[in-house]
Design a protein around this ligand. Structure first.
Ligand code: ADP
Length: 248
């Protein structure tokens, strides 16, 4: 069964902006896919469809299926349990005073018992390299620590799929390296919207390139990113990491 199956998905914002114009693709369980494209190409809008934050109503014959279940009001809760979404800005995600409270929020929504919640918080913080951070104040964390805390909050819900919006933006080189190493260790199916093309090469065997709300290319990351005309035509560039693989 496909982890994600999207068919002819369209989305128009209230002001008439056509953000998605007929998107179709499938993801197998365990895949790690980079979602690439210039600003405004529809990446965030697409990610918001994967756990039902959008839309109010699917236009036309479009469909989103998560593990075989169609996105519909009656199974939103179930779908949100399977798909963990990490927002682009950690400050949009963190809202409790302490790290422990924040990471516990998701598991509490799942109705788990206190002991189980505490165990999950501890495990998730260890997984993201923040062991012992339970009582730290979220607003005192560094940017990199905030990103990890957000990831811990999502991992504590044990989702089968992780959807990340620009997970390495605003991180310094070491923060970026460490965050990539963390992601690599997580076995969930992953869809990562990013401008970090090196991360795409390092973590994602497959990439999907969006532009103007449409899929321009879907294939092997190293092949797509080495295609200079394709990259330049869509506001991207061939990353340096590929230069030694495909010298001109
Ligand atoms: P990306 O994540 O690739 O930068 P977005 O999904 O944010 O792209 O945006 C896709 C298009 O939808 C853009 O034209 C953007 O201006 C528009 N858009 C995004 N959010 C809204 C909104 N809340 N209202 C109206 N238009 C929006």
């Amino acid at each position: 069964m496909n982890a994600i199956e999207i068919t002819n998905l369209k989305y128009r914002y209230h002001d008439g902006t056509e953000a998605l114009r007929g998107i179709s693709f499938r993801v197998s369980p365990g895949e790690c896919i980079a979602l690439l494209g210039p600003n405004g190409s529809g990446k965030s809008t697409l990610l918001l469809h994967l756990n039902g934050l959008l839309p109010e109503k699917i236009i036309g014959d479009g469909a989103v299926k998560i593990s075989g279940e169609a996105l519909a009001p009656e199974n939103l809760a179930k779908i949100r349990r399977q798909v963990g979404l990490v927002f682009q800005d950690p400050d949009d995600q963190l809202f409790c005073p302490t790290v422990a409270e924040d990471v516990a929020f998701g598991p509490q929504q799942l109705g788990l018992g206190e002991a189980e919640i505490a165990a999950r918080v501890k495990l998730a913080l260890a997984q993201v390299g923040l062991p012992g951070f339970e009582q730290r104040f979220t607003h005192h964390l560094s940017h990199g620590e905030k990103r990890r805390a957000c990831l811990a909050g999502v991992l504590a819900c044990e989702p089968a799929m992780l959807v990340l919006d620009e997970p390495t933006s605003d991180l310094d080189p070491r923060g970026r390296r460490e965050f990539k190493a963390l992601l690599r260790e997580i076995p969930a199916t992953k869809l990562i919207a990013t401008h970090d093309l090196e991360m795409a090469v390092e973590l994602c065997p497959r990439s999907i390139i969006l532009d103007h709300g449409q899929i321009i290319a879907d294939g092997r990351t190293v092949e797509l990113l080495a295609d200079e005309p394709l990259m330049l035509a869509h506001g991207l560039e061939r990353p340096h990491i590929l230069h030694h693989l495909h010298p001109h």
